[in-house]
Design a protein around this ligand. Structure first.
Ligand SMILES: [Zn+2]
Length: 440
């Protein structure tokens, strides 16, 4: 399984020194007695400990507890001089955000589209006029792998500064065998230079490129028979994604691609119901890790997703909501998060970082939107952006909560109450980030 992390990249060693965070005003452990992604009422349970301490050794979390108990620990007392201490007085510590849906492999912002949209053009009108996804393709095809990697790395660093330590990164602006593989290689190059963990995803089926207009089947054959096998053989991707939408990928093509991905041992995920309704129940037999957007999802499909989510791992499908895209597009509507959560569907939040519809690298801003526009509680947004994001990437054994044995990926916020993280809208209160036990 391709993931760029300290376990798989020799250059990404964790620091062997010990790190002790003390006097934490609120520690959000996200610990829960139940396994699997958080659903229903459990989504609001942050496992909060006041006046807490966390000990990290060798990149892992070793112990978590009340400050006084931790300081009585005999190992800590004996090794006090070799432990680096961070005083978190008055601060909130939580797991580093897991941004489970991003498109960082692009070379330029889409400013013409931005102005056209302000002037009233719709997503589909912009695409029909040569804008949209296809307008990013030229830049990616022309870019060298090194130049593209620099753009990807700039995106990762912007995310890290706001508390994100694990990122899913899609290709999808190359739309040819060569340019999609180059995009995945650039994601790998950037990942090796970045301290956090990166999960690469092949999104060759983002849209049908211009040269295959009207010949979707032929392009889908290239995705299935060339891109997916090459990405799998080169260990360049862990997942395959499909943009299932009118004007993008048909239901039949989506299933062909999912089948091909599974044959090659890759996981699947999809963009669904962003602009129009599509049936998602037929996709569940491929055990997608996540179905994303969900703006126009039908009640029957919500019920099917909720039923799917009570199965044991790894068969759980998370619904990933990306309200930044709705906000940036000025759609005036958002996915019905309350209905999904109250129906028992596990919900994650992600930025959908991309040049056309969501140039947003900040998870705290996405949390703010989820509170104000989708009526999620601050606690629900934090669980959706950490432990459920980890489930959406099938990484929950290592990521998404602060528990002994898990990776020491933590975000320290300069706020006295966790509710301030989404409250201080569009400002950064992230004071420090710890990745694999090392302060970045
Ligand atoms: Zn997307």
């Amino acid at each position: 399984m391709t993931t760029y992390s300290r376990d798989t990249q020799p250059g990404k060693k964790a620091d062997n020194t010990a790190l002790l965070l003390v006097k934490i005003r609120q520690l959000l452990t996200l610990h829960s007695a139940s396994t699997g992604p958080r659903r229903g009422r459990d989504l609001g349970d942050l496992g909060l400990i006041e006046d807490a301490a966390v000990l990290c050794v060798g990149g892992n979390i070793v112990s978590v507890g009340k400050g006084k108990d931790a300081l009585r620990d005999s190992w800590i007392r004996k090794n006090r001089n070799n432990i680096r201490e961070i005083d978190c007085t008055g601060k909130v510590v939580l797991p580093g955000f897991v941004d489970s849906h991003t498109h960082p492999a692009f070379t330029a912002p889409r400013l013409v589209d931005f102005e056209k949209r302000i002037a009233g053009a719709t997503y589909e009108q912009i695409a029909a006029a040569g804008g949209g996804i296809r307008s990013s393709v030229e830049g990616v095809r022309k870019a060298t792998r090194a130049a593209l990697a620099e753009h990807v790395l700039a995106g990762f660093n912007a995310m890290l500064a706001q508390g994100t330590t694990t990122v899913e990164a899609k290709s999808g602006y190359g739309l040819s065998l060569e340019a999609e593989l180059k995009s995945l290689e650039a994601i790998g190059d950037a990942a090796r230079q970045w301290p956090g963990t990166v999960v690469p995803t092949l999104l060759g089926a983002h849209v049908v490129p211009r040269e295959y207009e009207g010949r979707e089947e032929k392009y889908v054959r290239i995705v299935c028979n060339e891109m997916i096998p090459r990405a799998a053989a080169g260990k360049l991707a862990r997942f395959v994604d499909v943009f299932r939408e009118r004007g993008a990928c048909s239901p039949e093509s989506t299933e062909h691609i999912f089948f091909a991905a599974r044959e090659q041992g890759l996981g699947v995920r999809a963009h669904v119901c962003q602009l129009s309704h599509c049936e998602i129940a037929p996709l569940l037999k491929y055990d997608p890790a996540s179905l994303d957007h969900m703006d126009h999802v039908a009640d029957d499909d919500i019920a099917a997703l909720a039923a799917q989510s009570v199965l044991s791992p790894p068969y759980q499908t998370v619904a990933t909501l990306v309200p930044g895209a709705n906000h940036f597009l000025g759609l005036g509507r958002f996915p019905d998060a309350r209905k999904l959560i109250d129906s028992g569907v596990p919900v994650a939040l992600a930025t959908d970082y991309n040049p056309g519809t969501s140039p947003i690298a900040s998870m705290p801003f996405v949390l703010s939107l989820a509170c104000t526009q989708m009526k999620m509680t601050p606690a629900e947004t934090i669980a959706a952006a950490t432990i459920n994001g980890a489930h959406a990437l099938r990484l929950a054994e290592r990521k998404g909560s602060i528990e002994p044995g898990k990776d020491a990926d933590l975000a320290i916020f300069d706020v006295a109450d966790y509710r301030e993280i989404p409250y201080w809208m569009a400002g950064s209160r992230c004071a420090a980030v710890i990745v694999a036990g090392v302060q970045t």
